[in-house]
Design a binder for this molecule. Sequence first.
Ligand SMILES: Cc1ncc(COP(=O)(O)O)c(C=O)c1O
Ligand SMILES: [Zn+2]
Length: 400
Amino acid sequence: MSRSAQSDRLICTACSHEEAIEAVASTCSICDGILNLVVGSHDQPTGDGLWRWHEHLPRVAPANRVILGEGSTPLLTAPRLAARLGLADLMIKNESLQPTGSFKDRALALATSLAKEYGRNGIVLSSSGNGGAAAAAYAARAGLPAVILVPATASPAKLKQIMIPGAQLITVDGATHDCCLLARRVAFELGYVNVTTTFYCPYDVDAYATIAYEMAEAEPDVVLVPISSGPILAGVMKGFERLAQRRLLRRIPRPIAVQSAACRPIVDAFESGSATISSHHRFTVASALNDTLQGYERDGDHTLRFVHRHNGSAIAVDDRDVLEAMSLLARLEGIIVEPSAAAPLAALPHLLANGAIRADERVVAITTGHGLKDMPDAVTPALPKPISPNMESLMRHLHS
Ligand SMILES: Cc1ncc(COP(=O)(O)O)c(C=O)c1O
Ligand SMILES: [Zn+2]
């Protein structure tokens, strides 16, 4: 279909077929390929939340914009942690301070707004927990029903976060990829929008591009991103690319994709230089990064295109390093994030050692989810025994 250059549209990255935005499509209707959103050159009013970046987003009438105060997260210097790691200039883009405590709020703000704009009757999503928590909150705010499929092993705090706003939580005795394939079927059967935050939801990428707009002024040399299938990395890099095209950015930073050693399909593809092959499912404390990509391996290749285009790299970190990084960030900077969000910091010593980053570069780590969502026992010391309510026992305790 040929459409005006002014309108928002989706172009298939595999066969170039064009989908109208009104369909709120998930994948290409011809070949099932990954869709790339092209934002038209229209004028739409600015607004709160993500809509501060209205000129980079598809058109949504202000009345249909679903806003909970997402975006505009702090970009913090981390001098004590930097010194500990031997870096001159480390910054934290703290996405854990989003309305539901993770960067997924950006994606769900845009996807639910589009579902409303185009009169869809519900949303469905597969998630390791954070996407589900965001979908539940934004669906409630939009007045839309939401079906959320999550592996039964997800963090209990995340499961409760999904249930409290009234979403229909379905726990699945399986892995994230099982939930993902079920979500596609539900979208088809119920006519819901599939807002699964893999590349099955093509709107996420442009929602995450707003992370780049918010940190462009800092001009990072390197950006570290924890990924499972990688829309966050694709989105951040698409954002930098768009700013560079408009001459609003001098140079695009190198992306570093960080995965868990227990689930590293994209790192394996990066290291072997071949196509992504799905990995086996194993336990990791970085539960939000535990997507084997089985059935949508092409997501890994799509993410790697952004890594290669900008001279980036990919690295896997083991659970012990992740827990250590989580504690260090809390103890040295007062920032409590979930294990998956600490993975980029866990990678830093290895990246310095193997020369992927230099000690004098400006490094930004994106911390993607809040620690209150997922606190492994390994990082929470045993609670102190209560003391008697008098100074003597207090002083004895302080000096012990
Ligand atoms: C805390 C956290 N970090 C990172 C990711 C990975 O992001 P993506 O799915 O865009 O690769 C997720 C995804 O669930 C997440 O919840
Ligand atoms: Zn196609």
